[in-house]
Ligand binder design. Sequence first.
Ligand code: OGA
Ligand code: MN
Length: 222
Amino acid sequence: MTWTVCSQLGRVSRLAKAKVSRPTAPGPFERRRFAAPSAPRPPDGFGVCEEFVSLREEQILLDEVEPSFRKMKFQFDHWDDAIHGYHEIEREKWSAEAASLLHRVFETAFGTRSEVSPLIHILDLDAHGYIKPHVDSIKFCGNTIAGLSLLSTCVIRFVHEGTAEQMDMLLKRRSFYIMRDKVRYMFTHEILKNEESYYEGKHIPRSRRIAIICRNFPEEKT
Ligand code: OGA
Ligand code: MN
C-alpha cells in the first residue's frame, strides 16, 4: 500500500463510522512515562509525555521543517476544511540528527508492532488557526496517531461520538501524545482556537504551533 498525500489524509466528519480495531497493549515506555495526567481523566487510549524533546531538539526539528513553510500562505478560506489557518507537508527525508529524534518518536508510539508510514505529517497552525472536531480517516490511518507539539501549548478536546462526553487535555509545548484505539475511533479530536483555549478555567494562549504527526497504516483486511 502506498501512503497518500496530505490532502487525502481525509479527516472525516464527526459522523464517521467508528470502527474499533484489535486493542494493542501499551509498551513498557508507555506504561512508565505516559502516566495519565492527574486531572481531568483522559479518554481511554490517550497518553501524553511532557518534555519529550528538549529546547535544543525542538530547534533541530524546526530548523528542518520551517524552510518548507516559508513560501506557503496559511489557508483560512475553506469553511469545509477540518482545519482553519494552517499549511501542511509530508516529509520522508531527514538529517541524521532529526532522524534519530524521530526514531525515538516511532519507537515510543509504535515499537515494532505495526506498519508505520515513513511519511511524516507536519502541520503548521497559525496563532489564529484551529482544528475542528474530526476523526482521522479509517481508510488511510491505522489505530495509532502520535504527535509532537512544538512552539505553542494548546488544548486538545475529545468528544465521544455516542455519548457526547467531552474531555479536554493540555498539550504542552515539546510534549508528545499518543491516541490509540478507543480515543482514536470513538472520539472526535480538535485543537481549540485561542478564544476558546481554556484548561481548568485558565486561558492557554495560542501562538503558532507546529505538530509533527506519525500514523500507522490500517491493518490489511484478509
Ligand atoms: C490532524 C490532527 C493534531 C495535531 O492533522 O488530523 O488532528 O496535534 N492534528 O495537530
Ligand atoms: Mn486528526
